[in-house]
Design a protein around this ligand. Structure first.
Ligand code: COA
Length: 392
């Protein structure tokens, strides 16, 4: 079966055009969208499959990072997985994904994440549910917060470093948050179709305590503030932002944003008037087990050793026993050990991110462990629930 597929990581101009046509058809996008998309990501970060001499499938790789336990772990974000309709149902998507995962392994990329249109496909190559991405909405009249102790001032979006510095401080303490690819920053900061992008800093010019970047949408029945991005480092800055939104209430009905399943800024609102209108669960694949385990951070103040035994049907080197010795918030991984915590590479994903606890995974048949190993894993992978604010 595999011999019918040819996998390509170097894409010339002619193939780029053909790949563009496949992706446009798969996602209903325009030639302009493709032009902007492949320029932002870089054509060298696309992969394609040929069958019978034709481009049958493609995908994009965002090389970036994801924060776990206070450390940034290099991560390959997979996007735009598309197979031309006439080649579907014959294993093309499985083939391009498994080839890409093997290539990422050779490149020593520890983990990969994606937003699934179908879990069935991605589970087959070792991805599993691993974190939240929720759309929240808040009616503006319900905010009712007065906070005059801080200033908020408009800035332009040309220089992203000022936002990036604040963003990074917030992201580092939130499991799953990205060390963003520049294409994601561009999408946040650049205006499309002449829509105005508003950016504000909160607090003093020299040491801002937060920022907000948004657009305004006027619908037939309702108008909304659409938050593209925000980071808030203090309670005063959060109150200031809530008041700022509330002051739009004479013309705008609601504000919405994408992010975590729970949000500390909501503590400052008087009532529970926010709601989650939809959510997606993103998936993670552990590409290189020992590398992934040694790159993430662990709770400080815990000295412990976990003895894993991992199974992986796709990547041979991930199979076997590994011991993780954790000390001072970092983990040292060695081959061997007692194998008292047995898990498939797919089950390792929600454990690694902290999306599900070892006991929850055990209940669902995702792992087998001795009581002692279960307790150790519970301590090591404890932390805030993982989430992302960015779709890719
Ligand atoms: C989703 C898509 C990439 C699948 O491509 P494909 O080449 O048909 O998939 P494969 O033949 O390799 O399928 C591999 C496995 O995934 C399953 N699968 C594929 N598409 C599926 C779907 N939409 N829903 C449920 N399962 C699906 C297959 O049944 C197969 O499992 P099996 O071997 O147990 O039967 C293709 O339909 C497509 O391009 N769709 C439009 C774009 C899109 O939605 N991309 C996904 C973005 S995240």
């Amino acid at each position: 079966m595999t011999s019918q597929f040819e996998y390509f990581s170097a894409i010339d101009a002619q193939d780029s055009e053909k790949l563009g046509a496949v992706i446009q058809q798969c996602f209903g996008s325009s030639p302009d969208d493709w032009e902007r998309y492949h320029k932002r990501i870089g054509i060298e970060n696309f992969r394609l499959l040929r069958q019978e001499g034709q481009v049958s499938a493609g995908l994009a790789i965002y090389h970036m990072g994801q924060c776990y336990g206070g450390q940034i772990v290099p991560m390959a974000g997979i996007a735009a997985v598309g197979v031309a309709p006439e080649y579907r149902g014959k294993g093309a998507a499985y083939e391009i994904l498994s080839q890409t995962i093997q290539e990422l392994y050779r490149q020593k990329v520890p983990i990969s994440a994606l937003y699934p249109a179908t879990q069935v496909l991605y589970r087959k190559v070792g991805y599993e549910q691993a974190g939240s991405y929720c759309r929240w909405e808040l009616p503006l009249p319900s905010i009712q917060i007065q906070a005059r102790s801080m200033t908020i001032h408009r800035v332009n979006t040309d220089d992203r470093s000022i936002f990036e510095a604040i963003y990074t401080r917030q992201a580092q303490v939130n499991n799953g948050n990205l060390a963003r690819h520049q294409a994601i920053w561009q999408r946040i900061l650049e205006s499309e179709k002449e829509q105005a992008v508003y950016a504000y800093l909160i607090g003093s010019g020299s040491e801002p305590e937060g920022y907000i970047i948004f657009t305004q949408e006027r619908g037939e029945k309702e108008s909304a503030i659409a938050i593209r991005d925000w980071a808030i480092l203090t309670a005063e800055a959060a109150k200031c932002i809530w008041m700022f939104f509330g002051n739009h209430r004479s013309q705008i009905n609601k504000v919405y944003w994408q992010g975590s399943l729970s949000n500390p800024f909501l503590l400052l609102l008087p009532e529970q008037t926010t709601k989650i209108v939809w959510q997606m669960i993103w998936m993670l694949r552990i590409i290189d087990v020992p590398l992934a385990l040694s790159k993430r951070g662990y709770p400080t103040g815990i000295e412990a050793e976990l003895h894993l035994e991992v199974r992986d049907n796709l990547l041979e080197a991930n199979n076997g026993k590994f011991s993780v010795q954790v000390s001072n918030g970092r983990g040292e991984v060695r081959p061997g050990g007692q194998g008292t915590f047995q898990i498939d590479v797919r089950g390792l994903a929600p454990l690694y991110t902290g999306f599900l606890s070892p006991r929850q995974l055990q209940q669902m048949g995702y792992l087998k462990a001795t009581p002692g190993a279960l307790d150790t894993a519970t301590l090591l992978f404890s932390g805030d629930r993982p989430w992302m604010a960015d779709f890719f």
